[in-house]
Design a protein around this ligand. Structure first.
Ligand code: AKG
Ligand code: FE2
Length: 299
């Protein structure tokens, strides 16, 4: 089998067919890794990977973040173990709604993620797409004034802050992402450790910029997100069960799209840990926790 690569209609992303991710030889793996660095988003239709096979494929890229209950592959789903679906007042429902805002994974943790892997098991009849946005092309498209304005800025990232934006107030110790009150401080412009390309490091978890009034910082970051997440930099993946995608979390944001929550959606996720040399951020005990007020935007 020879891999076939087809560009999608965006600045990032290719569809790759003619590969079996459950049985990868080294030559095909190197081909995939090169494509990952070049296109930042790889789409593999009809793979139907088991949890173990998805973990093994993910491990080609690196170690996996343990997201909850010591699992390496975790379901991202609105379905409860008893088969019913989460109700709007339940914690996990609010976490799912949070995923609908443009974000980078684990930037609120000291070590941000290298990549996200998602595959579809059960999909709703409409909606529930995953969208990916190219933060390299977004940076490149900024005018010189904005590039200069943000060149030395950093932002604090926090899951407390991003959930508070959608009216979800969370206490420390409530689960993944709420281990610490500290907030990692990350430059707005990230240099990719492999390609050297600059990319915007923004998203819903970024909430405060040292040296700037909060209102101004929020406005700046919303402006950047609105600018960045527009065609031709975005791709929307309409899922078919068995599809698997992987995005480079160091230079691409993503979000889930809403669907009818009475229908079931079951995704299988593995999140690859970043490299401490490039994804570890200093974490300040920022005085923010408890000051968030819900707002209505979830970018
Ligand atoms: O459910 C989705 O489409 C996206 C979930 C997500 O944000 C993730 O896997 O990191
Ligand atoms: Fe995510």
């Amino acid at each position: 089998m020879e891999p076939t690569v087809t560009r999608v209609d965006a600045t990032l992303g290719v569809t790759i067919t003619g590969v079996d991710l459950a049985n990868l030889d080294d030559a095909t793996w190197r081909f995939i890794e090169d494509a990952f660095h070049e296109y930042a988003l790889l789409i593999f239709p009809e793979q139907h990977l088991s949890a173990d096979d998805q973990v093994a494929f993910s491990n080609r890229f690196g170690d996996i973040e343990i997201l909850r209950e010591n699992a390496k592959a975790v379901p991202i789903t609105n379905q409860k173990p008893d088969g019913s679906t989460f109700k709007p007042d339940e914690f996990r429902f609010k976490a799912l709604r949070g995923n609908e805002g443009w974000h980078l994974d684990s930037t609120y943790m000291p070590l941000a993620a290298k990549a996200g892997v998602l595959s579809a098991k059960v999909v709703p009849s409409k909606g529930g797409e995953t969208e990916i946005a190219d933060m390299r092309a977004a940076y490149d498209a900024l005018d010189d004034v904005m590039k200069e304005r943000i060149s030395d800025l950093s932002a604090y990232h926090s899951l407390y802050a991003s959930q508070a934006k959608i009216g979800h107030k969370v206490e420390p110790g409530s689960g993944y992402g709420y281990h610490t009150k500290g907030a990692p401080l990350r430059p707005l412009v990230k240099i990719h450790p492999v390609t050297g390309r600059k990319a915007l490091c923004i998203g819903r978890h970024a909430y405060r910029i040292p040296g700037m009034e909060d209102d101004e910082a929020v406005q700046l970051m919303e402006e950047l997100i609105d600018f960045a997440c527009q065609p031709p930099r975005t791709y929307s993946h309409r899922w078919t069960p068995g599809d698997l995608i992987i995005w480079d979390n160091r230079c691409a944001m993503h979000r889930a799209r809403p669907y009818d929550f009475s229908e079931t959606r079951i995704m299988q996720a593995t999140r690859i840990a970043g490299d401490p040399a490039s994804e570890l951020a200093p974490t300040a005990m920022d005085p923010l926790v408890g000051v968030f007020e819900p707002s209505t935007t979830n970018r």
